[in-house]
Design a protein around this ligand. Structure first.
Ligand code: AVI
Length: 322
């Protein structure tokens, strides 16, 4: 098999992170960014249409209903950057609304070339919209996009899907500050955040009856088997979703059903797990609408407008760089 240099580097990162996460004293961890290989990305698309997972539908509903109001607040010709291109379906509402007013240059930023190709397919035919994807980490991509603005143009950054929820609160705050540092006063950030809701609703959203989220979580072990030659036996692992009320987040874990040792040859690792021990694979932080306003104020923005969904508590906040 021939590997590109990029693939080899990615394999090295995975091995390093798996080693660090599984040898951590106390709670073992794996980073959630590794969910999204081809299988994981397909499973995530399926999660987005699950009856229990209202988040994606709320995000799309809000964008559909508020895109005109967002665009009405843009007071100059504006280019659009999106952090994480996703499938591009939700973005369509904003691009179409803006294209009624001006030709639109849209720059999706994603580490996945496949995701960028998908958003080009989804959005490429909108009249008066041109697309240039950046295969990069969010902040590197944003710096490159910001340099492309013409004199007098502003930047609208889209950070949708409540992806910020997958950062720890302090890391999310630091990230928003760094986004702000790449921008200029008067630029804007449209930020989606999933809101706190009753525990049974939240747990069901991350532990659905059809077992899609369980498959998504377990695929992480399968990926480590595929890419690092590991010996995780999926029958010996159980998916767990728990609401951590003090930190206001849903945590996903993989729980070992018995005492076992797993080999991970390409990370030069053998790991022992006790019966019942878990690997923490993801946190999905939930916010309150007021909390987002405070977060914006602390990171160099003013919250100019905020819309919430009634069916599935979720907020869309339009932040302007101060
Ligand atoms: C991508 N992210 C916002 C999703 C979430 O809800 O935290 C990832 C996810 N994990 C399990 N289900 C969905």
């Amino acid at each position: 098999m021939v590997h590109t240099l990029l693939e080899l580097r990615a394999l090295g990162d995975l091995a390093t992170d798996v080693r660090a996460g599984l040898t951590k004293p106390g709670q073992k961890e794996l980073p959630s960014k590794y969910f999204y290989d081809d299988v994981g990305s397909a499973l995530f698309e399926a999660i987005c249409v699950l009856p229990e997972y209202g988040l994606t539908r709320a995000d799309a509903r809000l964008l559909r209903d508020t895109a005109d109001m967002v665009v009405a607040r843009l007071d100059a010709p504006t280019i659009v950057a999106e952090l994480g291109s996703g499938s591009g379906k939700k973005t369509r509402f904003v691009l179409e609304a803006l294209a009624l007013r001006q030709p639109v240059r849209y720059f999706p930023i994603d580490i996945s070339g496949a995701a960028l190709a998908q958003s080009e397919r989804e959005l490429g035919l909108i009249e008066r919209v041109s697309i240039l994807g950046f295969e990069a980490e969010y902040l590197d991509g944003l710096a490159a996009v910001a340099q492309r603005r013409a004199p007098g143009e502003k930047v609208l950054v889209l950070f949708l899907g409540s992806t910020i929820g997958n950062f720890d609160r302090p890391a999310g705050e630091a990230f928003l500050r760094r986004v702000r540092d790449a921008l200029r006063p008067g630029d804007r950030l449209l930020l989606s955040t999933d809101l706190v809701k009753p525990e049974p609703v939240l747990v069901a959203a991350y532990d659905d009856a059809a077992g899609v989220t369980a498959a998504f979580n377990k695929n992480l072990l399968q990926r480590i088997n595929r890419e690092l030659g590991a010996t995780f036996d999926l029958k010996r692992w159980r998916h767990r979703a728990v609401w951590n009320s003090s930190d206001r987040r849903v945590e996903m874990h993989l729980q070992s059903t018995e005492e076992q040792t797993v080999q991970v040859p390409k990370a030069r690792l053998a790991v022992r797990f006790k019966e019942g021990e878990t690997i923490w694979t993801e946190s999905s932080h939930k916010y309150t609408a007021d909390e987002v306003e405070g977060l914006a104020a602390r990171t160099g923005y003013a919250c100019e407008a905020q819309w919430t969904d009634r069916e599935w508590p979720f907020a869309q906040s339009l932040l302007v760089v101060r």
